[in-house]
Design a protein around this ligand. Structure first.
Ligand SMILES: [Zn+2]
Length: 243
């Protein structure tokens, strides 16, 4: 599913009417404005000046639009957040190397994930702190009683949480704690950014293993005839009473 999203990804392009929004990642329509300078006053034009072909000179053109403005703004119709463009280049929000949130990620968690994703270039530490919050919110959705992150992971381990998922959740927990109370792990240097970027993948991994895969298996299993499933239940009950 993650690969499918990446294949359909349409990168932001100056003047394009639709692309994957760098803020919310949705494939969404864009409303354009450009800031022009006149008599030292900046005013906003509610569109971009398109090249018609009748001009004498073609200068400062990107993707069929003039870009000799002070700045241009595209507003995402989906999340209504602005992206800023200077000389036809996207300057904010910066496109990050962080993957999109898993399509099965619950909405509340996805919101935090995208918020963390939008600031990872500027502050890996802040993005890791938000990811820690996302872990705190996702654990009750995976079956833990609300509480401290450490206790919730422990509870899930008691219920048979696979070892690799425990490692993933504890990595997010421990590095997340470092972001809030700085200690031994450096989150400010280049390595810090790499660590932060890796943690996004770890959270997607948890969603894939804990939400997507069980659902896919249940979907397939539901296709079995009821009489067969009844037979399987009887077999298992017999095996359990023998123990
Ligand atoms: Zn958006």
């Amino acid at each position: 599913m993650i690969n499918q999203i990446e294949q359909n990804y349409v990168p932001p392009k100056y003047g394009s009417r639709r692309f994957n929004c760098p803020s919310c990642s949705a494939f969404s329509g864009q409303k354009w404005f450009e800031g022009l300078n006149s008599f030292d006053v900046i005013y906003l034009e509610p569109s971009l000046r398109e090249v018609t072909g009748e001009e004498d000179q073609f200068i400062h053109i990107v993707n069929g639009h003039y870009n000799d403005n002070v700045f241009a703004i595209s507003f995402c119709i989906s999340c209504e957040k602005p992206s800023f463009w200077i000389e036809g280049k996207l300057v904010y929000p910066q496109r990050s190397s962080v993957p999109f949130p898993h399509s099965d990620m619950p909405e509340e968690i996805k919101k935090l994930y995208n918020e963390a994703r939008s600031i990872v270039t500027m502050s890996p530490r802040a993005s890791v702190a938000i990811l820690r919050l996302a872990v705190e919110k996702i654990l009750p959705l995976l079956g833990a009683k609300k509480g401290k992150i450490n206790d919730m992971i422990g509870e899930l381990v008691g219920k048979g949480l696979p070892h690799r998922i425990q490692m993933a959740l504890d990595s997010l927990r421990v590095i997340g704690n470092e972001a809030v109370h700085p200690g031994k792990i450096d989150l400010d240097g280049i390595d810090g950014k790499e660590t932060a970027v890796a943690l996004f993948g770890v959270l997607n991994f948890v969603v894939e293993k804990m939400l997507t895969e069980p659902r896919e298996i249940e979907d397939i299993y539901s296709l079995l005839p009821d009489s067969t499933k009844k037979g399987i239940d009887e077999r298992d009950n017999k095996a359990l009473t023998k123990q």
